[in-house]
Design a protein around this ligand. Sequence first.
Ligand code: AGP
Length: 369
Amino acid sequence: KEIEKGKYKYFMLKEIYEQPKTILDTLRGRLLIPEKIIYIDGIESNKDIFINAKCITIVACGTSWHASLIGEYLLEELTRIRVEVEYASEFRYRNPIVGKKDIVIVISQSGETADTLAALKLAKKKGAFVFGICNVVGSSIARNVDAGAYTHAGPEISVASTKAFTAQITVLVLLALIIGKYRSTINDRCYEFLCKELGSIPGKVDYALKTDDTIKKISQVYHNANHFLYLGRGINFPVALEGALKLKEISYIHAEGYPAAEMKHGPIALVDENMPVFVIATKKGYYNKIIGNIQEIKARKGKIIAIVNEGDIQVNMLADHVIKIPNISEILSPLITVIPLQLFAYQIAYIRGKNVDQPRNLAKSVTVE
Ligand code: AGP
């Protein structure tokens, strides 16, 4: 059946709004909340490989690479296995150190990205166990891996990836929780709590989508800006990278993502009254540090757009604009913090009259080098 945009002007907006449902689809049959069980066939049937892993390398491109970085935080935190993340295009040409008993995870929405497919084949040739996280069923990557888990986000038409990204993160959370449980690197209380929190994600994403009106107003203020900075810390640093990539891809505005504390090692030189800075400032471990970073930007007259938790007071007083999202455990927060960034990129591109679904120079899947 032909896929339609329905009431949405662009597929990208439709796909952003589909996320409460697509995340639920990713969890369906895998997260059994009353039983507190997580089950993924491709992991269960290779249990020993995951239990005994010394190192996991995750390989991907673009947005899938950003999901991989989030996977690094998740897996290291919950499983205590060392994780390396590589761009597929670099991995395939640098004689990487992977061998027997090593796990390589490849992540790809399309399952057809040339560099990721080549990296997969190289990892297999070197004897690694390759696990795939793909969206497109029966794609080349899905057919070539040793085992895998589909993301079940449904067809993604917009060149700018949104729902596939949150589906990839969801699979990575499930993977980290299963392996953490196998290896007893998380206790039962933490495991059960995170299972419950994960079950609440679709509803919280739905709530985060309600920030759209606020974001439309902020977009009206900044659609003529030439540069943006995106800052985040910890597991939200890759979200900052993703927010910047979304804006670049569809609005053609220069944007950079940085770990907030790195700012003083260079990028702060760019900050003046013409530099809007997006800061992911949710109230978790890094909150006070982030407040310090915001003060440094304000002292240089930068404009702050902050993503905060409901009930936030301190950042609210400092920032020029705040976008309020629901509270969630830090480790699951990228699934919520990325939503306003996707909406913002969309709104800016829309105001600037760009072809949101088919940005210039880009293809949905990069099947050539
Ligand atoms: C995302 O918005 C991009 N269009 C792009 O970076 C994409 O994520 C990348 O090309 C990887 O694609 P894949 O997930 O299909 O392998």
